[in-house]
Design a protein. Structure first.
Lengths: 512, 367
C-alpha cells in the first residue's frame, strides 16, 4: 500500500513543499527513511513508532519505506514526525480520508503521541498557501503564529489522535485565527522611557536625529555615563512596527525558534545586544543549515554593540554587507540562504582603554599611542557606515542627583514620526525609505543646501580636518535635522549641527 | 685639508655615533687642527677610552664630508657650526655648546627667534589634563606677547607647549634628541609638520640619527641654553624636565615652576623646585613681569573679551568657554542656548580658530 501526504521543510526564511511517500510491502519488518534525512529525521522512526502505539494505533509489522521527496535536498529536524505517522496510518488502512489530499502537516511527535512545537511554522503556513492547500495541520502551540498568514486554514492539533479524528471528519477543529492588530497593541509594551535619562542633552538629541533618519550611531564616553541606557531607549522613540513589519520580524524569530513566552507575534522593534565575545558566525548567522544570527534577529530594530573595539575584527568586518544591503547571505557547501538584516547599528565605546579620558572624576592613565591603537581597531570602512558619532561625557554629581523635568519618549517619537513621514514622501519611488539609505546620487539630488550652507560645509572640512568622506554623511544628517524641524531646505544651522556629530573624524592634533 | 666647517661636521657626526658624554676641549686649538691630530692623540683629547681608539680610524675612513653635505641638501637641513655667523650667541655662553646645529628652517628665522625673548616649557610625557591645559595656556599667553616657546616635541607637556604657541600664531622651536628629519614620537607627525610651517626644528644630531635614551638628557642642555628661562609644568622626581631645570641653573637661566596638587606625583618635581627657590607661575603674567614685559590688561582667561565680530550666540558660547575643555552640553548650559544653536555657534567659532575641539574632552578656548 502506498500513501502520500504533503509536508513542508524550512530553508532560510522560506519553506518548500516536501512530499511524504510511505510504502508498505511484504518482507521482514523494517522501517527505513530515504531522501537525505539527517540524524533528527532518522530518529523520527522511534518517535513515530512509540507515538502511534501509545495513541493506541497499530504499528504495521511490514517492510516500511518512507521517501521524502524531493530526494536530493537534505532534510533536517523533527517536523516530519507528524506527517510520517499520518501517512503510515493511511498506508496501513487505519486512516482513510479524502482530506489527506488537501491538508498538509508538520509537527514533532512526543513518545506519548502528543504534538510538540516546531520552528518556522509561519513560513510553513505561507508555503502551504502558495501550494494552494486548503489547510495545514500544525502543533497547537504554533497555530497562532502560523495564523498570521491569511488565506489558509491553520489547524492546531494537540496530539496524533486528534489529528486523525480531524482528518477522518470525526472531530471538528476550528481553524486558528488571530487578531494581529489587537495582538500588536497588547504585546507592544515598552516600559523604558527616555525621561529616565539624566543630562546628556547632546547625546539625546543625537539619538533623536538617528531615529528620525535611520542613521547608525556611535557613542563614546566613560563607563557609567549612560551610553547603554540611551541605546536601550532607542526603540521607544522609533516609529512602532506596522502589521506587515511585525509579521516579517515574527517570521525570522519563528525560523530561529526564538518565539518565547507563548507570544505569537513580535510587536515591538527588536533590541539585540550581543556580548563582545560573539563570533562572526554568531553575528551573521550560520550552521550546517544556516540559522539567523544577531544581525537578522535585530531586523527592523536595533543592534547594540557595547564596547565596540573589543569585538573581534572578523565580527566587525562581517557587519559591512548587512549594513550596506540590509540583508545577509550565508553560503555553505550545499546551500546558500539570505536573511533580511536591516537594522540600526548603535555602538558604544570607551574613549580610551582605561575608559577615563575626559572624565572629570577620574584621571586617564593611558598613553597616547595606546589610545590611538584602541580607536584604530574600528576600521575605516565600518566607520564609513556610521553617520553620527557623539561623545557622551561622564555625569557630574549634580546632574546625577538632579530631578529636572525631562522629555518623554512619546513626545520625541511624535517628532520622529513626522520626520519619517516627510522622508517617505520625498523618497517615494526609490528603494530608500529613510535618509540614511540614500545612495550618493540620491544624496546629491535630495540634499541640496543653500549657498551659505555649502560654504560652511566647505570651510568646516578644510579647517576642522574632517575627512572627505564625511561630506555626504554630514549632508544626509543635515537633511534629517531639517526634516525634524519641518524645513524644506537645508540651512546652515542644520549643517552646523550635523558637523557636531562627527566627533570621531576630528583629529585636530595627533597624540593626546 | 678640511675646512673648519667640515671638521666641525666630522666631529659632530663622530660624537653622534659614539655618543654622549664625549666633550671637545674648548679653546686650545681649532677644530680643524683637532680633527687632523693623530688618532691616539685625538682619542686622548676627546677623553675616549684607549680601547676605543680604533673607532676614530674606522670613522675617518668611512666619513666623507662631501656625502654628508649632499645628505643635508637632500633632507633640506641647514647646518650652522660653532663660531659661524648665525650660530645662536646664547648657546656659546654654556659650558659645552654643540659644535654644530642641524635645523629645519631658515637662518633668517633662527635669527628672528634669537632676537625675541625665549622661554622653554618642559614637563612630563605622561601628563595630566591639568598639566596639558596649563602648558597650552602658558605657551599661548607668552606667545601673544612675542615670546618664542622652546620645547622638546615629546608627547605630553612638550607637545602642549608647542601647540599653544602655534595656536596663538607665535614662534616655537623644537629641540630634538634625534636627527632633525626624524619624527619622534611618531604620533606627533602633524605637530611636527605644523612647526616646520612657522617655527624651527633643531638638533645637534645629523639627519637620520635615531632617537636613543642617552641623547635626550644631552639635548636638554640645548633647550635651556637657548632660553632665558625654563618653566617646569609637571614632572616626577628624577625626570628629564628636572634635568633641564638643573642645566638651566648651571647655565644661569631662570627657573619657573607651575604648582600642582601635593597628592599628585606629577607635581612633586615643580613643587620641590618652588620650595628650593624657583619662581612660582600661576599665569603667563608672572613670567612676563620677570622680564619687564607689560601683560595685556587682563590675563584672566575667562574674562578675556570676545573678538568684536561675533554674532550674539557665538559671543555667548565664546564667553562660556575657557582654557579648560568643556563638553558641548556644559557650554549650552552656561550660555543658556539650546543644543542646536550651541552646535551652530561652536562650528563657526571652531572654523575661525577661536575654539578647539579635543577628542574626549570637548571644546577649549584657543589662547
Amino acid at each position: 500500500m502506498l500513501a502520500r501526504l504533503h509536508s513542508y521543510a524550512v530553508l532560510g526564511m522560506d519553506a518548500y513543499p516536501v512530499e511524504i511517500e510511505t510504502d508498505l510491502s511484504r518482507g521482514l519488518p523494517a522501517f527505513s527513511i530515504v531522501g537525505l534525512p539527517d540524524a533528527a529525521v532518522r530518529e523520527s522512526r522511534e518517535r513515530v513508532r512509540a507515538g502511534m502505539v501509545n495513541s493506541e494505533y497499530e504499528f504495521p509489522l511490514r517492510r516500511i519505506t518512507v521517501n521524502l521527496a524531493p530526494a536530493d535536498v537534505r532534510k533536517e529536524g523533527p517536523s516530519f514526525d507528524l506527517p510520517i505517522a499520518l501517512s503510515l496510518l493511511a498506508a496501513s488502512g487505519q486512516l482513510k480520508s479524502e482530506s489527506l489530499e488537501v491538508y498538509g502537516a508538520a509537527g514533532e511527535l512526543s513518545l506519548d503521541g502528543s504534538v510538540r512545537r516546531i520552528n518556522g511554522s509561519l513560513s510553513i503556513a505561507e508555503a502551504a498557501r502558495r501550494a494552494k492547500c486548503r489547510g495545514v495541520l500544525l502543533p497547537a502551540a504554533n497555530a497562532e503564529e502560523a495564523a498570521l498568514i491569511d488565506g489558509i486554514e491553520v489547524i492546531g492539533v494537540e496530539s496524533l489522535s486528534q489529528a486523525v479524528e480531524f482528518l477522518k471528519g470525526e472531530a471538528a477543529i476550528a481553524p486558528a485565527c488571530v487578531d494581529a492588530p489587537a495582538l500588536l497593541s497588547v504585546y507592544r509594551a515598552d516600559n523604558l522611557d527616555l525621561a529616565d535619562v539624566k543630562g546628556q542633552e547632546h547625546a539625546r538629541r543625537a539619538l533623536e536625529v538617528c531615529a528620525a533618519g535611520g542613521h547608525n550611531l556611535l557613542m563614546t564616553g566613560p563607563p557609567g555615563s549612560g551610553k547603554t541606557m540611551l541605546a536601550r531607549r532607542l526603540p521607544s522613540i522609533l516609529p512602532p512596527l506596522d502589521i506587515a513589519e511585525a509579521i516579517e520580524v515574527t517570521r525570522i524569530y519563528s525560523v530561529a525558534g526564538r518565539l518565547n513566552g507563548g507570544r505569537s507575534l513580535i510587536a515591538s522593534r527588536p533590541f539585540r545586544s550581543p556580548h563582545h565575545t560573539i563570533s562572526h558566525i554568531g553575528l551573521t548567522g550560520g550552521g550546517g543549515t544556516p540559522k539567523p544570527g544577531e544581525v537578522s534577529l535585530s531586523h527592523l530594530g536595533v543592534l547594540f554593540l557595547d564596547e565596540l573595539p573589543e569585538f573581534s575584527r572578523m565580527a566587525l568586518e562581517t557587519l559591512r554587507q548587512p549594513l550596506e544591503d540590509g540583508r545577509v547571505s550565508i553560503s555553505r557547501a550545499l546551500l546558500s540562504v539570505t536573511y533580511p538584516a536591516r537594522f540600526m547599528l548603535v555602538a558604544a565605546m570607551n574613549p580610551c582603554p582605561c575608559g577615563h579620558l575626559g572624565d572629570t572624576r577620574e584621571p586617564c592613565v593611558c598613553i597616547p599611542q595606546r589610545i590611538g591603537a584602541y580607536r584604530s581597531r574600528i576600521s575605516g570602512p565600518l566607520m564609513d557606515r556610521i553617520d553620527v558619532a557623539v561623545e557622551v561625557p561622564g555625569l557630574t554629581k549634580k546632574e546625577i542627583l538632579s530631578d529636572g523635568k525631562r522629555e518623554s519618549s512619546a513626545s520625541v517619537a511624535a517628532r520622529v514620526a513626522a520626520a519619517r513621514e516627510k522622508q517617505s514622501e520625498r523618497l517615494a519611488g526609490t528603494n530608500a525609505f529613510c535618509n540614511a539609505q540614500m545612495s550618493p546620487g540620491q544624496t546629491e539630488r535630495f540634499c541640496r543646501t543653500s549657498e551659505s550652507g555649502a560654504r560652511l560645509l566647505d570651510s568646516a572640512i578644510d579647517r576642522l580636518f574632517l575627512s572627505a568622506r564625511a561630506h555626504h554623511r554630514i549632508l544626509k544628517v543635515a537633511r534629517t535635522i531639517a526634516d525634524l524641524e519641518g524645513s524644506a531646505g537645508i540651512e546652515p544651522q542644520h549643517i552646523a549641527e550635523a558637523i557636531s556629530y562627527r566627533s570621531m573624524d576630528r583629529r585636530g592634533w595627533d597624540g593626546i | 685639508m678640511a675646512s673648519e666647517r667640515e671638521a666641525a661636521l666630522a666631529l659632530t657626526c663622530f660624537m653622534a655615533e659614539y655618543g654622549w658624554p664625549l666633550r671637545v676641549p674648548a679653546g686650545k686649538m681649532t677644530l680643524r687642527q683637532l680633527w687632523s691630530c693623530p688618532d691616539r692623540l685625538l682619542a686622548g683629547l676627546l677623553k675616549l677610552p684607549a680601547a676605543e681608539t680604533w673607532r676614530i680610524g674606522a670613522f675617518k675612513s668611512s666619513f666623507s664630508a662631501r656625502l654628508m653635505f649632499e645628505e643635508l641638501r637632500r633632507t633640506d637641513v641647514t647646518l650652522v657650526t660653532l663660531g659661524e655667523e648665525g650660530y645662536p650667541s646664547r648657546l656659546t655662553e654654556i659650558h659645552d655648546p654643540p659644535l654644530a646645529l642641524f635645523f629645519k628652517g631658515t637662518l633668517e628665522r633662527l635669527d628672528g627667534f634669537m632676537r625675541q625673548p625665549r622661554i622653554a616649557i618642559v614637563g612630563a610625557r605622561r601628563a595630566s589634563r591639568y598639566g596639558i591645559d596649563a602648558a597650552t595656556a602658558l605657551a599661548g599667553g607668552l606667545s601673544r606677547h612675542g615670546v618664542c616657546i622652546i620645547s622638546g616635541l615629546a608627547s605630553g607637556i612638550d607637545s602642549a607647549a608647542h601647540r599653544g604657541a602655534l595656536e596663538s600664531r607665535g614662534g616655537t622651536i623644537a629641540v630634538l634628541g634625534c636627527g632633525p628629519d626624524v619624527v619622534y614620537p611618531v604620533s606627533n607627525r602633524r605637530l611636527f609638520v605644523s612647526i616646520l610651517d612657522s617655527g624651527l626644528v633643531i638638533s645637534e644630531y645629523p639627519p637620520g640619527t635615531k632617537p636613543r635614551p642617552w641623547r635626550f638628557p644631552a639635548r636638554n642642555r640645548i633647550i635651556s641654553g637657548l632660553s632665558r628661562g625654563v618653566v617646569v609644568v609637571e614632572a616626577k622626581e628624577k625626570s628629564g624636565a628636572l634635568i633641564t631645570a638643573d642645566f638651566a641653573l648651571d647655565q644661569g637661566r631662570d627657573v619657573f615652576a607651575v604648582p600642582g596638587s601635593i597628592f599628585s606625583e606629577l607635581s612633586a618635581g615643580p613643587n620641590r623646585l618652588i620650595s628650593t627657590g624657583a619662581t612660582i607661575v600661576t599665569g603667563a603674567g608672572d613670567i612676563l613681569a620677570e622680564y619687564g614685559i607689560e601683560p595685556e590688561s587682563t590675563e584672566n582667561e575667562s574674562a578675556r573679551v570676545a573678538p568684536p565680530d561675533l554674532d550674539t550666540n557665538e559671543k555667548l558660547v565664546y564667553e562660556a568657554s575657557s582654557a579648560r575643555p568643556r563638553h558641548q552640553d556644559e557650554l549650552a548650559a552656561h550660555s543658556g542656548l539650546d543644543g542646536a544653536a550651541t552646535a551652530a555657534a561652536l562650528v563657526s567659532l571652531e572654523i575661525r580658530g577661536l575654539l578647539k575641539f579635543e577628542q574626549g574632552h570637548g571644546f577649549r578656548r584657543c589662547s
